[in-house]
Ligand binder design. Sequence first.
Ligand SMILES: Nc1ncnc2c1ncn2[C@@H]1O[C@H](COP(=O)(O)OP(=O)(O)O)[C@@H](O)[C@H]1O
Ligand SMILES: [Mg+2]
Length: 281
Amino acid sequence: MIELKNLGFRYSGAERHALDGISLTIEDGAFLGLIGSSGAGKSTLCYALSGIVPHHYRGDFYGELLVEGMDSAEHRPEEIARVLGCVFQDIDGQMVASVVEDEILFGLENFGVPREEIEGRVAEALAAAGISELRCRAISDLSGGQKQKVAIAAITALRPKIIVLDEPTGELDPRSSRRVFETLKELNEQYGVTIVVVEQKIMLLCEFAKRLAVMEEGKLILEGEVREVLQSAGRMEAAGVNIPRVTTLARALREEGLYGGRLPLNLEEGEKMMREVGLSC
Ligand SMILES: Nc1ncnc2c1ncn2[C@@H]1O[C@H](COP(=O)(O)OP(=O)(O)O)[C@@H](O)[C@H]1O
Ligand SMILES: [Mg+2]
């Protein structure tokens, strides 16, 4: 479990807080989507979850963050990494090896995973990320999207209890983006891994996440089950967050008094709504 209690952080020299009074509990087994416009503080929140804020970044830190009971101000990021793996937005900065296989081996060896387990873990993580064929390739030759998959494989191989990903589909096409989320879903459902994912593609969050958190200027403005949060679509738009087109359509129909049903989250539900509206017209 992760608990944020009135958490705040201001980078030294910055005028405003990148995180400002955030209180949030992330339960075991959660699949939380984090969304917000550029500069809202999403990446800084990921830094805080992994402990590199406040340990590596200078600034004013207030409040409390507990990861599996560990106070992030007291425990080093290396300790937190044993339970919480993070795929940061800056993939290049995260890579330590020059060959794909070594990138995955590095973490496993660092964590002291027994030798006889290592081969299986490497093969499984590569397969889950859909990059088995990249195993012996030089990381410098890979595309941005391929590197993202390597970073995801390196983290999943460690089997942390919690995985935090900062815009993991940023450089991926729609099909690969879905594949990443399907992998996350499998980790979440089959292995009970808690997933926290920053993602701009709202439709992916609507389909895969169970809960949604919306940030604006360092503050957490909405948090709850996806459908519940989307009820505040107007507030989300005001915060510069895209909302699904079916939701916009449903709101327009509601305003016209043509639809009073449940807010649709995907195309299938949108179709159902249209049939209902069609019948009542
Ligand atoms: N290393 C840094 N030093 C100073 N300010 C930073 C640094 N990183 C981010 N910020 C500032 O913190 C705020 C939040 O940024 P960030 O967490 O990257 O937002 P997001 O990921 O939502 O785009 C922004 O105002 C940004 O300019
Ligand atoms: Mg960011």
